[in-house]
Design a binder for this molecule. Structure first.
Ligand SMILES: O=c1ccn([C@@H]2O[C@H](COP(=O)(O)O)[C@@H](O)[C@H]2O)c(=O)[nH]1
Length: 268
C-alpha cells in the first residue's frame, strides 16, 4: 500500500459486466474479462480481490481461470485477497486452509476472507495455516450489507456485540505483532456512524478491509466518519466502481488511479 497506494480492486465478473464489455456470459468471456483486468492493474494496484463465486459458477474451467488470475496477479506484484468467505467446522476449515493458504496449492493467495459465524474458534486451522505460510485472513466482522446487522449487532450475555467479540478475538491473534498482524477484519465502508454506537474497537492490530465503495453507495469521503482514528489501517475495496470503466485497459487504469488518489487523501 505504501508503494502502490491504498486500494484493493475486486475482480467480480458479473454477468451484467460481461455483457457491458461486449463479452459472452461463458468461459471465453470470463477468461477475456479476467485477463484484461489482471493485465491492466496487477502491476500497479496494491491488492486484487477476485470474488470466487463469479468463477465457481462456470465450474472447473472457471476455477482454472481463477487459478491463473491469482498466479499472474502475484507474479506482477499485486497481493491477492481471495474473497471466498469460507467458514465451517474446524476439520473442514482445515481443508479450506489447504486450498487457499498452502503455498503448494494452485489457489494459494496472500489472504483469504473467512466467516467466523460458526464460532471464531472454528477458524483455528486457517489461523494456524496462515501464520505458518506468512499470509493472512480477513475475518467478517461488520459486513457492508444491511442484513448483516441482525447477527453482527446482536448483543451477547456480557453486553458485548457479536462483531465486537470477533474484533476482540482478532486483537488477541495479532497481539505483539508490529506494525500490524496478519489477521484483519472486514468492515463495510457503508456503515456510516453506526460503529460508535456499537462500541466496537477497531484498533485490533490488523488491517480493515472496507468493501462497499462505489456500487454499494459509499465513497472515499465516508471513510474517516466510519473508521475514525483507525482509518489509517483501512484497505478500501472497490469492484464494480472500477470494472464498469472497462473493457479499455487504459480506462481501467485511469479509474483505479483516480480511486487510489481519492483513498490516499482520506486514509493516509
Ligand atoms: O461485507 C462485505 C464483504 C465482501 N464484499 C464483497 O466485495 C465486493 C463488492 O463489490 P462492489 O462491486 O464494489 O459492490 C463483492 O465481491 C462482495 O462479495 C462486500 O461487498 N461486502
Amino acid at each position: 500500500m505504501d508503494e502502490r497506494g491504498p486500494l484493493c480492486v475486486g475482480i467480480d465478473p458479473h454477468a451484467a459486466l460481461l455483457a457491458d464489455w461486449g463479452l459472452g456470459d461463458d468461459i471465453a468471456g470470463l477468461e477475456r474479462f479476467t485477463r484484461t483486468v489482471v493485465e491492466a492493474l496487477a502491476d500497479r494496484v496494491a491488492v486484487l480481490k477476485p470474488q470466487s463465486a463469479f468463477f465457481e459458477r462456470f465450474g472447473s474451467r472457471g476455477v482454472a481461470v481463477l487459478e491463473r488470475a491469482v498466479a499472474e496477479s502475484r507474479d506482477a506484484g499485486a497481493l491477492v485477497v481471495m474473497d471466498a468467505k469460507r467458514g465451517d467446522i474446524g476439520s473442514t476449515m482445515a481443508a479450506y486452509a489447504d486450498a487457499y493458504l498452502d503455498p503448494s496449492s494452485p489457489l494459494f493467495s496472500d489472504a483469504l476472507t473467512v466467516s467466523p459465524y460458526l464460532g471464531f474458534g472454528s477458524l483455528r486451522p486457517a489461523l494456524d495455516r496462515a501464520r505458518a505460510a506468512g499470509c493472512g485472513l480477513f475475518v467478517l466482522a461488520l459486513t457492508s450489507n444491511p442484513e448483516g446487522a441482525e447477527v453482527q449487532h446482536a448483543v451477547r450475555g456480557g453486553g458485548r456485540t457479536v462483531a465486537a467479540t470477533v474484533l476482540r478475538h482478532l486483537a488477541a491473534e495479532n497481539a505483539g505483532e508490529a506494525p500490524l498482524g496478519s489477521f484483519g477484519a472486514v468492515v463495510g465502508a457503508t456503515l456510516g456512524g453506526t460503529l460508535n454506537e456499537l462500541g466496537v474497537d477497531l484498533d485490533m492490530g490488523g488491517a480493515l478491509l472496507a468493501p462497499g465503495i462505489g456500487a454499494q453507495g459509499a465513497t472515499a469521503g465516508d471513510l474517516p466518519g466510519v473508521f475514525g482514528p483507525a482509518v489509517g489501517n483501512v484497505l478500501p475495496s472497490i469492484s464494480r466502481g472500477v470494472l464498469r470503466h472497462g473493457p479499455s485497459p487504459a480506462a481501467l487504469r485511469e479509474a483505479a488511479a483516480r480511486e487510489a488518489g481519492l483513498m490516499a487523501e482520506t486514509v493516509a
